[in-house]
Design a protein around this ligand. Sequence first.
Ligand code: NIG
Ligand code: FE
Length: 416
Amino acid sequence: MKLLININILAQTRRESHLQVKGEAMNDLPTIENAWLAIKKGVIEDFGSMGDLDPSRFSAYEQVNLRGKAVLPTWSDSHTHIVFADSRHGEFEDRINGLTYQEIANRGGGILNSARKLRELSEDDLFERAADRLTELISLGTGAIEIKSGYGLTLDSEVKMLKVIDRLKKTFPIPIKASFLGAHAVPEEFKGDSEAYVDHVIADILPEVGRTKLADYIDVFCEDGYFSTEQTKRLIEAGKSHGLKAKIHVNQFTATGGVRVCCEQDAVSVDHLEELTEDDVEALKQRNGGTIAVALPSCSFFLGIPYTPVKRLLDAGIPVALATDYNPGSTPSGNMNFVLSLACVVMKMTPSQAINALTINGAAAMELSGEVGSITPGKRANLIVTKELDSLSYLPYAFGSNHIDHVLINGETFGQ
Ligand code: NIG
Ligand code: FE
């Protein structure tokens, strides 16, 4: 049992359990200055302002003096691909020399390059590499994460990836959600016949994923040259029949009506949205918060593509979450602190909007907001303790510095 005292700023304090925020509420980040917070059995027990602290209530607790420091809920990263074999820095150089992401993919690079490497690697080696990445991410403040398959593209290799994610779930102390992304690219074996590959995913891979219960969600790369809106619909429906809800890559390079299809299929989230039509916004609006829009600004940064027009989404009252998209091709970074800076500096989100998007709405985009995402009694004590800090806006402002002093996971200092 721990009692954190003299917290300079305690951020994202919500007594009643909000599951997400949207509209005007995105502008509101409740905070308490000079606060205390009690942790019992790994869970947030209570909090308040120092002036109201009755120390006799917590006489048996270990007191931790956090004078000058801020405490926030850990980041909830709802979109990652951290199970991969190797980096693709060669393609990075090709892009510097003028090729586009799509041109590299058309030459057999991109996702297929990662698939070739992953198929050769053992499950144990893959686990070790993903575990190293996840360890780094938790020390950077991530306290809940979603991880996708999608670099296997065969039954065996997709299951191998999902088993690795399952081992991460069992090994790490944070909540982890797994998404089956078999339809990430058309593999070489099915070159030129995406329809046959979709049939194969639905008939042969998905039933095994459903049977083993290794996935929580189904994902599809709904994009020109990858999988069509129609195919996405078929895959989502097939996923549903195996108990998987949808979280979909859509509108990264082109907008072809996929957002409406995802909304009609009750997707939990639609991710990317660098391109956005009026009809996409309308479809999301009609969902009344049921589908979260997930923006991935470090992908835009790395590929030099447009940033998701979050202002339009916010103005339409759509709940927005921010995530990293950590993967070896489009976003070789899982640093949510950098996402926070990009959201404020480039996308012009206010620090309050962006912190809501990185915490409570990130948790909602993984259906974890009953467990993490805010300072609420009963939620896990997954907390970022910053270095000395006067204002939360300093976090996105000083974008190159590490502001984290330490991270608590279930009330325990991570990495000790
Ligand atoms: O979200 N766009 C599809 N998938 C990833 C990139 C995957 C890769 O290039 O390896 C993304 O950007
Ligand atoms: Fe992605």
